[in-house]
Design a protein around this ligand. Structure first.
Ligand code: CP
Ligand code: NVA
Length: 304
């Protein structure tokens, strides 16, 4: 049985299979998960992840159960291991959004059904799979594109490093040295890149990152859990805003990407997110299609 916590669980072939399934599910509705149930545990708020998984399960013929951490016994001290053992007796899949990635690893260890990462402090793989689908739709290919990520080396940035390396997309991260991506993730991404030809670089000048990029990606400077550092972070990142001046260094048909929610006037200006380069609403939509494909893939793998 496979879990989906980081994308590293996937071979290159499986990665491509999920992208292709998402395209086919986007073209025509299918119901391969009739009667199946997804349990969704949330330690943090969510708009896209919650709604796209819930709608996705319904479209696949199944059902989703929303479980806020404060409303279940985990909030009163029942262990993650026991919760996972019990929920996997009722549900066919579990999805969780957690503060610490180790909580997901614990869940996966004790679950008898596939566990999906709906965002942790280190990874956000469902987001990045949907983003790669969006890039493929916009450019007709992935291999050889260059994506520049500008801002905080956070969970979204870490998963982009892995996803781009798997897809053969070159990735340049422009971030302050003090807020670089996770070192283990960079090492994993470099390993994968050896076989796909993806070039990976981490620089501190956003202009260097963006030169000749096909896509410029950014995310909030203050992730969920980092709120105490809000003021400090706003100072550190003020030169890492994606605006139309920065866009001039990219290729003429560059696309603007953001996982959302956006903080307009901080990491991105209104003219960029609302302008002709922006593909953010397509990214949000593609969360639905890619997650349906991930669920269908995990279900199929279980029955092999
Ligand atoms: N991008 C994303 O995961 O959005 P939510 O926090 O709304 O789920
Ligand atoms: N990096 C952000 C992503 C939100 C979808 C966070 O963790 O809050």
């Amino acid at each position: 049985m496979k879990h989906f916590l980081t994308m590293l669980e996937l071979s290159k072939q499986e990665f491509e299979e999920i992208l292709n399934t998402a395209k086919s599910l986007k073209r025509a509705q299918q119901q391969p998960l009739k009667g199946k149930v997804l349990g969704m545990i949330f330690e943090k708020p969510s708009t896209r992840t919650r709604v796209s998984f819930e709608v996705g399960m319904q479209q696949l013929g199944g059902h989703a159960v929303y479980l806020n951490k404060n409303d279940i016994q985990i909030g009163r001290g029942e262990t993650v291991a026991d919760t996972s053992r019990v929920l996997s007796r009722y549900c066919d899949f579990l999805m969780a959004r957690v503060f610490s990635h180790s909580t997901l690893e614990e869940m996966a260890k004790y679950s008898s059904v596939p566990v999906i990462n709906g965002l942790s402090d280190i990874h956000h793989p469902c987001q990045i799979m949907g983003d790669l689908l969006t890039l493929q739709e916009k450019f007709g290919k992935l291999m050889g594109l260059k994506l520049a990520y500008v801002g905080d080396g956070n969970n979204v940035c870490n998963s982009l490093l892995i996803g781009c390396a798997m897809a053969g997309v070159h990735i340049s991260v422009g971030c302050p040295n003090s807020h670089a991506p996770n070192k283990d993730v960079i090492r994993e991404a470099n390993n994968i890149a050896k076989s796909t030809g993806s070039k990976i670089e981490i620089v501190d000048d956003p202009v260097d990152a963006v030169r000749n990029a096909h896509a410029i990606y950014t995310d909030t400077w203050v992730s969920m859990g980092d709120e105490a550092q809000k003021e400090e972070r706003e100072k550190i990142f003020k030169n890492y805003q994606v605006n139309s001046v920065l866009g001039h260094y990219a290729t003429p048909n560059w696309v603007f990407m953001h996982c959302l929610p956006a903080h307009r006037g901080q990491e991105v200006t209104n003219d960029v997110i609302d302008g002709k380069h922006s593909v953010v609403w397509d990214e949000a939509e593609n969360r639905l299609h890619i997650q349906k494909a991930i669920l269908a893939f995990l279900d199929k793998r279980r029955s092999i």
